[in-house]
Ligand binder design. Structure first.
Ligand SMILES: NC(=O)c1ccc[n+]([C@@H]2O[C@H](COP(=O)([O-])OP(=O)(O)OC[C@H]3O[C@@H](n4cnc5c(N)ncnc54)[C@H](O)[C@@H]3O)[C@@H](O)[C@H]2O)c1
Length: 275
């Protein structure tokens, strides 16, 4: 028992993490949970300057000097993202884990920006993290958790672009977490599919996107939203326990669980359609 606790805790205890979209919602809860689990330093990047600065002040007073750092950064801007990674590694001299959590749910006029933030920036940040942490690049290995959604596993017609970005995050992360990559990088890449969670992303304005019916549909279908703390606890469990390439579900305030078997089965069925 004691041995397994020690083994799981090594992934967080005294380690340096970067969380994208960490100023509010699930990201902020993950930042808090990592510090509560004794991460040495947690840097979090976000466009929300006021919320980010306020959270940094709160965390420094609660956990002590240097434990947390807010960096204002738009993840969809390659230069800003590269600068943020440079700042973290320059300040803390190492990087052990990255949670790619930043995302938006915006209306149809802004779909290209949503794809940039939700998918393209997740790819860029994953590749940058592998550059810094990959054993094949001189790093110490580590963990990357990419945040997807239950909508990636659902063929409903609602929120088509948002759902597609989250499906893309899932497939990309499964591929980057494959044995083949892990053997070289020693960086586990895992995906979390979150269920509806009580954050600003689900506010009515965000949900009124492609058709008016989608708001009523989504709010009636998902009356229960889990607490951000439950979502963050699920992400922590994934950091501690997930195998590389795994997909976990964190929903309904329940403990996180590995659904990789179902995903593999689904892809096996899909691959049967090839001639
Ligand atoms: N809340 C839910 O019901 C739910 C369900 C499934 C998946 N998710 C996923 O969980 C993750 C967290 O979402 P949330 O619910 O906490 O939403 P949120 O809106 O509360 O938080 C998202 C954070 O990302 C930041 N952000 C947005 N654009 C950014 C950019 N360009 N650069 C940097 N930061 C940016 C925001 O400022 C905000 O702090 C997202 O990936 C989301 O898709 C959420």
């Amino acid at each position: 028992m004691a041995a397994s606790v020690v083994k799981r805790s090594v992934y967080i205890n005294d380690k340096v993490f970067l969380v994208t979209g960490g100023a509010a919602g699930v990201g902020a809860a993950v930042v808090r949970a990592l510090l509560a689990e004794n991460a040495r330093h947690v840097a979090f990047i976000d466009v929300a300057e006021r919320e980010g600065a306020a959270l940094e002040t709160e965390l420094l007073s609660k956990f002590g000097p240097l434990r947390a750092k807010f960096i204002k950064c738009d993840v969809s801007d390659e230069d800003q993202l590269a600068t943020a990674y440079f700042q973290v590694v320059d300040k803390y001299r190492r990087l052990d884990g990255v949670i790619n959590n930043a995302a938006v749910l915006s209306d149809s006029r802004h779909y290209k920006r949503m794809i940039d933030i939700n998918f393209t920036a997740t790819v860029s940040s994953t590749l940058k993290a592998l550059e810094k942490m990959g054993a094949d690049k001189g790093g110490n290995g580590g963990v990357i958790v990419n945040i997807s959604s239950l909508l990636a596993l659902d063929l409903s017609s609602h929120l088509p672009v948002y759902s597609a970005t989250k499906t893309a995050v899932l497939q990309f992360s499964i591929a980057m977490g494959s044995e083949e990559y892990f053997a070289k990088t020693q960086v586990r890449v895992a995906t979390v599919c979150l269920g509806p969670t009580d954050t600003a992303i689900l506010n009515r304005t965000n949900l009124e996107n492609f058709d008016k019916d989608s708001t009523a549909h989504l709010t009636s279908r998902v009356p229960v939203r889990q607490r951000v703390e439950a979502a963050a606890n699920g992400v922590i469990e994934v950091i501690k326990s997930a195998k590389s390439g795994a997909t976990w579900i964190v929903a309904n305030d329940q403990p996180a669980y590995d659904c990789s078997g179902n995903i593999a089965e689904a892809y096996q069925v899909l691959s049967k359609t090839q001639v």
